[in-house]
Design a protein around this ligand. Structure first.
Ligand code: C2E
Ligand code: CA
Ligand code: CA
Length: 772
């Protein structure tokens, strides 16, 4: 892929090259023109010089010849004394350094012909010309004064002017002088024009080189210049007629390099300049392209950073163009993505209601903490009791308020801690450096913090929690194990209805066991593994046992006696509570009949679960069976906890009303652990309140509990309800309750739950005296 930088660079370089090419071409063109002009001007100057030189020589030769012909001395001896004429001719010729001197007689004979045998030589020697004594070939032209000035003798050419010597009007002869057209003339032209000069003679197709300024020249090279085929050499030639037949050529020439040496100098400069400009332009182009693409590169780099999830580093481009704007948009976008990511991160790791870290956060923290196995810590799993009831009775606002209050209180724990809100009513607190040795004091601290009441819209709510504790590394090496153990501890807490519980491996009904219990429970109902124990209720008024509560027991073939707390919840969650309650009811009916036969008239209380109240056929099943056994509904009490009414209060209350109408006694079980006020209970169709054992157990020692129980009894009576207290474990509590006008008393002090046959004696007693 080509980068933008390369593209810009290519574009600028191409444009530059184009511009350079155009400028170079125009320079080239003008230089060529200049060159041509320079050549033309040099040649034409040389030509003019050459012409004027020839004219000047011609004029000089003719003037001199005329002067000589007028010489009286010569005239007097002319035609008479050949020797004297020869001497005079020689002397005249010497005066002008003539290369040729001639005398032609009127009859057309060359009478004298003196030739300078070695032109240019230091010692020139005058010899007799080869034509002396011969006929002058061009008499007619001479007589008509039309003789061409170029005259050849053998291979020599002369510029010759002949002038007539007259005696009176008669011409007595011709005298003439000539200069040779040869090497020395060529050299003289070279020095004047700077051009090489060749003289060529052509006679009857025979070419000869008369002379050349160049010592290396020959006929062929000189002749070639006439056709000018070689472009390296610039030549100019002139053709002149030679007397008689033939032609004489003057060739002026020079190599092109010589002619345009200065211009060629400019060529070198221009090329150098062009190369330099091109080089500089390319560097400039590179820098420009780099300057343009640098911000783009930064933006690309930034985009890659963003793609890689780096939102921290902003991009900095000092540029006021769109790229600068783009960079600032990038930074804006980055900030927004960052803040959005932080918000998402926060949401991912925090609970929206309390803004406390959530389960996600906890998982990471636990991974961190468990990685360092040297530092022990304790995990407290807290659960707010009966939150659902608060939501249902007081509204979700109240529930939320309660959760927030719990979070607030937990966050004020003094020591270093990590607090998470992991579910609606569940919190986890991690306390580093808390071990088995000091866990109790921290539990107390948490309890104190949590169990203070709180106000919601002028209403006093009791904030109660269960706390399950697991210790690291004692109870689990990894987060999952620890969470499981803390959860198991919390479940144990719930089942035992205690405030807190530290995980105990021996009491852990682990999941596998729990699963097998679910499977086994179904068989247990069918295979008669269940039995009923009965716990008596003592009537203060009658001073004897008038009621019993039926409590189910499971004799498991392998596990032995399984307590109801361990399987009732399972039965409720797996849809088996309906057959279980029906079984308990049928069993209680049979027992009621059996006791009746033996003369024992006792009311039997049966625990009813919330699930039973949702069962459409439950009412008809119960009534049908009572009728079948001809038993009175008044002999049975249905114990229902407040929590059993929570899911669908209307249907549940309507059903309870039907049972009440049919004659059954109805009792609110575990009263005081829920959130219902007595005023709210008024709408429930019940006869009886059963105060929860947690208030009764410490009645004798806890003044607060005593006040609660006492006022509850009074209020219940005012509302026309009778009161049962469960969990009486000592005589003091029994006495206290008697004084407080409690109607029925139930607890280990009176009797533990027992099989029916073990109770017969107690039930048959007319009155009971309790030992102090
Ligand atoms: P619950 O209905 O509140 O029953 C009273 C529980 O308190 C019984 O435990 C009983 O043994 C215990 N208890 C009685 N007096 C005292 C005392 O003085 N001190 C102490 N610490 N405890 C005392 P149990 O039999 O283990 O039953 C536990 C729970 O199981 C019952 O609580 C009830 O909610 C449930 N349950 C038992 N049988 C049935 C049943 O047939 N149907 C349903 N739906 N639930 C049942
Ligand atoms: Ca009960
Ligand atoms: Ca109870």
């Amino acid at each position: 892929m080509k980068s933008i930088k390369t593209k810009i660079l290519l574009l600028i370089v191409s444009l530059l090259l184009l511009l350079q090419a155009i400028s170079f071409w125009s320079t080239y063109d003008s230089l060529r023109l200049k060159e041509k002009l320079a050549i033309d001007s040099q040649l034409s100057k040389a030509n003019a010089l050459f012409q004027s030189e020839f004219n000047r020589r011609g004029f000089y030769l003719s003037s001199f010849a005329e002067t000589v012909t007028n010489d009286y001395g010569l005239k007097s001896v002319f035609g008479e004394d050949k020797r004297s004429v020869a001497i005079a001719l020689h002397n005249h010729g010497k005066r002008i350094n003539a290369d040729l001197s001639m005398v032609v007689t009127p009859s057309g004979m060359i009478e004298l012909q003196l030739v300078n045998s070695q032109q240019g030589n230091q010692n020139p020697k005058v010899v007799r010309g080869e034509q002396q004594g011969q006929t002058f070939a061009f008499m007619p032209a001479l007589q008509q004064n039309q003789l061409p000035p170029y005259y050849a003798i053998g291979n020599q050419l002369y510029q010759l002017h002949l002038s007539a010597i007259k005696s009176g009007p008669a011409i007595i002869g011709w005298v003439g002088f000539g200069y040779e057209i040869g090497p020395s003339l060529a050299e003289s032209f070279l020095s004047q024009t700077g051009l090489q000069t060749d003289f060529i003679l052509e006679q009857q197709q025979t070419w000869s080189l008369l002379g050349s300024s160049n010592p290396d020249a020959n006929v062929a090279s000189a002749k070639a210049l006439l056709s000018q085929t070689n472009s390296d050499v610039i030549a100019l030639h002139q053709q002149f007629s030679v007397a008689g037949e033939g032609a004489f050529y003057v060739v002026l020439h020079s190599s092109r390099d010589n002619l345009v040496a200065v211009i060629q100098q400019s060529w070198v400069q221009i090329l150098l300049l062009t190369a330099l400009t091109l080089f500089c332009s390319m560097i400039a182009a590179y820098l420009i392209a780099d300057d343009i693409t640098r911000p783009i590169k930064l933006l690309v780099k930034q985009a890659k950073r963003l793609a890689a999830g780096d939102y921290q580093t902003p991009v900095s481009i000092n540029d006021r163009t769109e790229l600068g704007q783009l960079a600032s948009e990038f930074n804006n976008m980055q900030e927004q993505v960052l803040s959005r990511e932080q918000a998402i991160n926060h949401r991912l790791n925090h609970d929206p209601l309390t803004e406390l870290p959530n389960r996600n956060w906890l998982a990471n923290k636990l991974t961190q903490l468990t990685a360092d196995s040297k530092q022990p810590f304790a995990m407290f799993h807290l659960n707010i009791c009966r939150l659902k009831q608060v939501n249902d009775t007081l509204g979700h606002q109240a529930g939320d308020q309660l959760i927030k209050e719990a979070g607030k209180r937990l966050s004020t724990l003094k020591s270093e801690h990590y607090l998470c809100h992991i579910g609606a009513d569940e919190f986890i607190v991690l306390l580093p450096n808390v071990t088995r040795d000091n866990v109790q004091q921290h539990l107390q601290l948490i309890s104190m913090q949590m169990h203070e009441g709180c106000n919601f819209q002028d209403m006093h709510l009791q904030l109660q929690t269960h706390v399950g504790v697991a210790l690291f590394p004692e109870h689990g090496q990894n987060p999952q194990e620890l969470l499981q153990k803390a959860d198991a501890a919390l479940n144990h807490c719930r089942e035992a209805r205690s405030h807190c519980y530290i995980y105990d491996p021996s009491a852990d009904t682990n999941t596998v066991e729990r699963l097998s219990l679910i499977n086994d429970l179904k068989k247990a109902i069918q295979n008669n593994q269940l039995t009923l124990h009965y716990q008596p209720k003592f009537s203060f008024a009658a001073n004897r046992i008038t009621h019993v509560e039926a409590l189910v027991r499971w004799q498991h073939p392998e596990l032995g006696m399984v307590p109801p707390d361990a399987f009732i919840e399972i039965a409720e969650h797996t849809g088996q509570i309906n057959p279980l309650t029906r079984w308990v009811f049928l069993e209680a009916l049979s027992q009621s009949l059996a006791w009746k036969v033996k003369g024992v008239d006792v009311n039997i209380a049966i625990n009813i679960s919330g699930e039973n109240l949702k069962d459409d056929s439950f009412y008809s099943f119960i009534c049908q069976n009572i009728e079948n056994k001809q038993l009175a509904a008044e002999s049975f009490t249905l114990e229902v906890t407040e929590s059993a009414l929570v899911d669908d209060p209307e249907t549940a209350i309507a059903l309870l009303a039907r049972f009440k109408k049919r004659g059954f006694k109805l009792s609110i079980d575990d009263y005081g652990t829920g959130y219902s006020s007595l005023a709210q209970l008024k709408r429930l169709p019940v006869h009886e309140l059963k105060i929860d054992k947690s208030f009764v157990q410490k009645l004798a020692i806890d003044a607060d509990d005593a006040i609660i129980v006492k006022s509850t009894i009074e209020l219940a009576h005012n509302m026309g309800l009778s009161v049962v207290a469960e969990g009486i474990e000592d005589i003091e509590s029994l006495r206290w309750l008697e004084k407080a006008k409690c109607n029925l008393a139930q607890g280990y002090f009176i009797s533990r739950p027992k099989p029916a046959k073990e109770l017969y004696e107690l039930l048959a007693q007319e009155s009971i005296e309790f030992a102090e």
